[in-house]
Design a protein around this ligand. Structure first.
Ligand SMILES: [Zn+2]
Ligand SMILES: [Zn+2]
Length: 263
């Protein structure tokens, strides 16, 4: 691992550490690029306890800029954010793109009506209709052009245990769209810290799902590995190394470095 573009910050209230804490750890493990990407503020989502407040956003930028100055020449530090795709947020994405180096798309919620008042968790999709809707959100997010990386694209498998023909079809829709728009799909090591199955052959997380990534490989989509760490010591700990080993063994099209879009 030479880069990590998916890094959280204490501002989201379910992570620890500020930029400098992650930078120190990144230097220790020899990263060349560290991208900060905490959960974006959005007062229209009913989860204010797990994302930064809009009033914290200027501080978030300053905190990254301070680290950029202090560690100049030692490591490249980038300003990013992780944000969901919702249907009437164009101005917001324009605003974020203006302020940041890159945007990570992470669809933690979907709505069956494409509204904001009936969101359901992306971690808890159970029906064919729901996973198909998840696919639509990802296709539309990719098509919008606002995002650089699609985080944990296989999150829809978190609570949909069988990789059946419907799950296969969702994977094809996401990969087809990613390939067409040349966008990067993220292999998310944080999935290894969540639920999964222990078998004789080892631990299999609910996501990332091997079956999904085999389809990604068929399409030769661009991919990236990231730790999605919520604490500095998880930037590259044993769990992340275990995930990295699986990722590298698959021989996916690994870009490693993100090419920043011109502003
Ligand atoms: Zn988080
Ligand atoms: Zn994240």
């Amino acid at each position: 691992m030479k880069t990590n573009y998916h890094t959280h910050h204490y501002l989201c209230n379910h992570a620890t550490g500020k930029t400098e804490d992650y930078v120190k750890e990144a230097i220790k493990i020899g990263l060349e690029v560290l991208g900060m990407s905490d959960h974006a503020p959005n007062t229209r989502v009913n989860d204010q306890g797990v994302r930064m407040k809009p009033s914290d956003f200027p501080f978030y930028l300053e905190d990254i800029e301070d680290a950029q100055r202090k560690y100049a020449g030692k490591i490249k530090i980038l300003k990013g954010i992780e944000v969901e795709y919702f249907y009437d947020h164009e101005e917001y994405y324009e605003f974020l793109r203006e302020k940041l180096d890159y945007l990570i798309h992470g669809q933690h919620y979907i709505s069956m009506t494409k509204r904001m008042d009936d969101l359901i968790s992306g971690f808890n999709l159970k029906t064919v209709e729901q996973i198909n809707r998840y696919a639509s959100y990802l296709e539309d997010a990719i098509e919008s052009g606002y995002f650089d990386i699609i985080a944990h694209p296989d999150l829809y498998m978190n609570n949909y245990p069988k990789f059946d023909k419907y799950a296969v079809s969702v994977a094809h829709r996401i990969c087809k769209s990613a390939k067409k728009h040349n966008i990067i799909l993220e292999y998310n090591a944080n999935g290894y810290r969540r639920g999964g199955k222990n078998t004789e052959k080892g631990f299999f997380p609910n996501y990332p799902r091997l079956e999904f990534w085999k389809i990604v490989k068929e399409y030769n989509c661009k991919t990236i590995f990231s730790s999605d760490c919520h604490s500095p010591e998880f930037l590259y700990n044993d769990t992340v190394k275990e995930a990295e080993e699986v990722y590298l063994k698959m021989g996916l099209n690994n870009v490693e470095y993100l090419e920043l879009k011109k502003k």
